[in-house]
Design a protein around this ligand. Structure first.
Ligand code: NAI
Ligand code: MG
Length: 359
């Protein structure tokens, strides 16, 4: 028996989700085996996703949330496949878990790995390392709104998609961002809104940001509109450390960040319930990538690096760093998948990372 055994629910779901979750499990199990009995993982895998939906009419088991509640963490792949509409698959599984487990903080590091070519010319010259903190429970993805509001039928439909901003929701994510900034070398928080055009919710966010900032005089701040921030990601990313934004804005900005780092396949993410009343969920940022799924060529780094975020959350910070170093050593050695210009398969990339762990 290991000193510490973590119960992890694996939910690979669809497409490349299956390949990258398998890769991540292999790496995490290798680390457990190397720990000499310090820690182990007790995995249970769930078959939920679009195939499950086609058989049962549900994206997950009706008792699924109660089942997951018993686990220390959820290790997730990606959802979305075939003829299941994306809004059904996303809401039925990933958002269902994130919303009901109050995983209100979504942490998405933007990491530049050695050996991976970035489309940013200055990437090799200046230190680039920032993290997007996404409000993960309200904002534009709160799910409020409706269809057919005009009552006048096809051709005259009106739909509302309402963003919800609560003062408490803004405050907790902004405070989380400041606390995270305090742990980093560059202590700075950039807040992103579109408060010039959206004068209710986003002005509230800006006000809460200014108020919370007063409690952190040691942390530098800036407020930037989302359109300007997208330009800044490309033109002045060396200015960034922690970027906090609403659900939609941070979703888009984190894809931009991972593309700048070289590929969507590299990006990791943690959906945290900071109070730890519910399990947190760790998943790559990317989707099910139907264009490459099933060929064994997907990049497992996003999922494996999400495993590192999970290790840190489980209290194994040293192991998390060891894994991040092994990922960097593997890319530096020239082992790369096709999305970042290499020829390695998912299995070869995974084996290279496990090989670096042994050093
Ligand atoms: P996607 O992230 O699946 O793919 C976008 C592009 O990135 C594709 O060219 C794909 O080949 C590439 N890519 C993604 N992951 C990669 C990896 N690990 N290695 C190498 N290349 C990779 O986004 P897309 O195409 O917009 O959506 C596909 C499906 O995924 C949809 O059903 C969508 O709803 C779903 N989706 C699910 C997410 C989740 O579960 N968190 C997030 C985003 C999309
Ligand atoms: Mg996204």
């Amino acid at each position: 028996m290991a000193e510490q055994t973590f119960k992890i629910a694996a939910v690979p779901a669809d497409g490349v989700g299956k390949e990258v979750v398998a890769a991540g499990r292999e790496v995490l199990d290798a680390m457990a085996a190397q720990s000499g009995g310090k820690f182990a993982f007790d995995w249970e895998e769930f078959p939920w996703g679009c195939e499950y939906y086609e058989k049962t009419g549900r994206m997950m088991d009706p008792d699924g949330l109660a089942t997951l509640q018993e686990f220390d963490a959820v290790y997730f792949g990606a959802v979305g496949w075939g003829n299941v509409p994306d809004h059904i698959s996303l809401w039925g599984l990933r958002l269902n878990i994130a919303q009901n487990f109050d995983q209100w903080a979504n942490v998405r590091p933007v990491k530049f790995l050695p050996g991976v070519v970035s489309p940013l010319r200055k990437a090799g010259e200046v230190e680039l390392d920032w993290v997007v903190v996404r409000e993960n429970s309200e904002g534009e993805y709160a799910g409020y709104g409706g269809r057919n509001l005009s009552g006048r039928g096809p051709g005259n439909e009106i739909a509302l998609q309402t963003a919800l901003f609560s003062e408490k929701g803004c405050e907790r994510i902004i405070r989380f961002a400041f606390e995270l900034a305090r742990t980093r070398t560059v202590k700075k928080v950039s807040s992103v809104t579109k408060s010039n055009a959206q004068q209710h919710g986003m002005v509230l966010w800006d006000e809460v940001f200014r108020r919370v900032a007063l409690d952190y005089p040691d942390v530098a701040t800036e407020s930037v509109l989302v359109d300007a921030m997208s330009a800044k990601f490309v033109l002045k990313p060396e200015d960034l450390s922690v970027v906090v934004a609403s659900n939609l804005h941070a979703d888009i900005l984190s894809d931009l960040g991972s593309a700048l780092a070289g590929s969507l396949g590299l990006a990791a993410s943690a959906n945290l319930n900071p109070e730890r009343r519910f399990p947190s969920m760790f998943e790559p940022v990317h989707g099910s990538a139907p264009d490459i799924a099933g060929r064994g060529v997907s990049n497992p780094i996003g999922a494996i690096a999400s495993g590192a975020l999970m290790l840190a959350h489980l209290g194994l910070a040293g192991e998390a760093r060891r894994l991040e170093d092994a990922i960097a050593a593997a890319t530096a050695s020239g082992v790369l998948t096709g999305d970042v210009g290499g020829t390695a398969t998912t299995a070869e990339m995974t084996a290279a990372i496990i090989g670096e762990l042994r050093h």
